[in-house]
Design a protein around this ligand. Structure first.
Ligand SMILES: [Zn+2]
Length: 56
């Protein structure tokens, strides 16, 4: 069903861009020397970052 596929994609997008716990703005994927992480899109006003869980 097309409707269910859209729902799944929306859920994946939510997982990919969680809201910043500090300011509530969407977080974006960033690259660092240690690997990918999520940084707040309000950077540099908000410098909150989160590690992205890497699949084993
Ligand atoms: Zn933030």
């Amino acid at each position: 069903m097309i409707t269910s596929k859209i729902t799944i994609m929306t859920n994946l997008n939510r997982m990919a861009t969680p809201a910043c716990p500090e300011c509530g703005k969407p977080m974006r994927r960033r690259h660092s020397g240690k690997g990918d992480l999520r940084g707040c899109s309000a950077y540099p006003d908000c410098r909150d970052t989160r590690d992205i869980p890497q699949p084993a």
